[in-house]
Design a protein around this ligand. Structure first.
Ligand code: SF4
Length: 70
């Protein structure tokens, strides 16, 4: 069985309005930069981040985030 390679998160920057909910929910994965746009701190977060990322996806007010792998 193949080893898991980590999660992959897709960001739609057209939707991101810099609310920072994602950063609050998963501070090891997301940060909001000075232009008020989300950035990935960790481009291949591990399983230990899944719950936090799922909360970020769920609570992002503009639905800018999506888990596309894992
Ligand atoms: S919660 Fe959504 S809109 Fe807010 S910074 Fe994160 S991705 Fe952007």
């Amino acid at each position: 069985m193949a080893e898991p390679v980590g999660l992959q998160v897709e960001i739609n920057l057209e939707f991101c309005q810099g609310h920072g909910v994602c950063e609050s929910e998963a501070p090891e994965v997301f940060r909001v930069n000075d232009d008020r746009q989300v950035e990935l701190i960790d481009s291949a977060p591990g399983e230990d981040q899944r719950a936090a990322i799922e909360l970020a996806v769920k609570y992002c007010p503009t639905r800018a985030l999506r888990i596309i792998q894992g």
